[in-house]
Every structure is written in C-alpha cells, then in structure tokens.
Ligand binder design. Structure first.
Ligand SMILES: [Zn+2]
Length: 243
C-alpha cells in the first residue's frame, strides 16, 4: 500500500514490513473464499459502503472536481474498477494501492456519509498525484510525504473547526499543524521509518506541497469552497477548450 488514511495513534507500528498491507487483510487473501457466515454478515456493510461511495462520487464537489481533473489528465476513474470496499484492521479508513491503482474503502470503519466523502477525497488526491507525477511511493519517503500533506490539506481532513481540534492545536495555525500531524501519522503507519526520518521528510517538502493546491486552485475549507473550486475548474477548462 502506498499509504493509509490516518490510523489512530498507538497501533501504527506493527505492519510496516509489508508496506502497510497488513492493515488491509483482504488485499492479502485474494482468492481465498471467506466463510459463508462472515460473507453474509459483511454483506450489509459492503452494500452500505457501495451506496455511500456512489453518493460521494455523484454529489461531493471535492470528488467531482478530482474525477474531472483525472479524466482530463488521461486517468479516468471507474467506480467498479478503481474502488473496493473491504474490511480493514484497526481504525484505518482507507488506502490507495499504487500497485493496482485501486482505492480501498474500509467498510467496517466508515459509518457516515461525510466520513465517506472525506476518505474518497483523500484517496482521490493520492490517485491524482499518482496520475500526474511519477510518484515513487515505496522508495522515496519525500514523495509519499508530499502526497500525504496535499491529501490532508485539501480533503477537508483538517478543516473541521471542531472544539477538539481547536483545543488540540490552538486557533491560529491549527490547520497547518493538523496537516503536518496527519501526514506524519499516515507515513508512520505504512513505512518502517523512524519518527525523525518521517518528520525530516515532511518538513523538507512541507512548504511547496502545502502550497500546491492542484487541482482545486485553493484550499477548500468547506463544501462551499469546494463548489466554487469545481465551478472555476469547469470554467478554466471551457476557456482553454476554446483556444
Ligand atoms: Zn493518505
């Protein structure tokens, strides 16, 4: 796995040897039939996950903008081919499997539509980076760091102006502190690197990657921002399309 979406602290370190695949047990046992009881009990989670995915792709301006941008870059995303609802370990909510270009959605950990929207957006930003740049996910920790910074910055992961985040980071600069913190946690979840190495990578690329807002053209702090960004993106392309 190239990365995961923000697992909780405390369960970060067991699964690094395998590039994070340990967090995604269904990635490892392809072809092994599950017991029928388990399959049946998973059916509702799986169905609910797919329904929420469809709603996210059809209605979230973040997701719609990213889908358009990828299509335009020659990386059209297909719902059935590029998304997979699976059971994951721990509290991981999603991941981008660079080896197969699939986005994994953790059906056992995503319970609400707004959470689904954020996870889909976060992972689509990784997919967008994968499409537009030759990201060396597995060997270059700075590449991974950059994409995690962008995903945390642009997906709304850090835009929840909740009392919790205010309490944790303080009002001023809490967005940047949150982005840095989440990027660090994502890297440590899937790479066998020391905290110092991860911090160095994040700090080295932070400035340029935090200020790279493509394809949004801004930091979409809320749904309205994302709607404006989506409209601007469409207009931008209409304009260039006429040249
Ligand atoms: Zn991520």
């Amino acid at each position: 796995m190239s990365h995961t979406d923000s697992p909780m602290e405390g369960q970060q370190r067991q699964e690094e040897e395998d590039h994070g695949y340990g967090l995604f047990p269904e990635r490892q046992q392809r072809g092994h039939p599950r017991g029928s009881f388990l399959s049946q009990s998973l059916f509702t989670f799986n169905h609910k996950c797919r329904v929420m995915l469809t709603i996210a792709l059809d209605s979230s301006p973040y997701a719609k903008l990213l889908l358009d941008a990828m299509k335009q870059s020659g990386c059209t995303v297909f719902k059935d081919r590029h998304f997979s609802c699976e059971d994951c370990d721990g509290s991981v909510s999603g991941g981008f499997d660079a080896a197969t270009s699939e986005i994994v959605l953790c059906q056992n950990n995503i319970h609400g539509q707004s959470h689904m929207n954020r996870v889909v957006t976060h992972e689509l930003i990784h997919a967008f980076d994968h499409c537009r740049a030759h990201v060396d996910w597995f060997n270059n920790v700075k590449h991974l760091a950059c994409s995690e910074i962008r995903a945390a910055n642009l997906s709304g992961d850090c835009s929840l102006s909740s009392e919790v985040s205010r309490f944790k980071f303080g009002l001023k600069g809490h967005h940047q502190v949150c982005v840095r913190d989440r990027a660090l946690r994502s890297i440590l979840a899937v790479r066998k690197v020391s905290r110092e190495t991860a911090e160095r990578a994040v700090d080295e690329v932070f400035e340029s990657c935090f200020n790279d807002h493509e394809p949004f053209g801004r930091i979409p702090h809320n749904k309205n921002d994302a709607k404006y960004a989506y409209r601007e993106f469409q207009n931008r392309n209409r304009y260039y399309g006429n040249i």
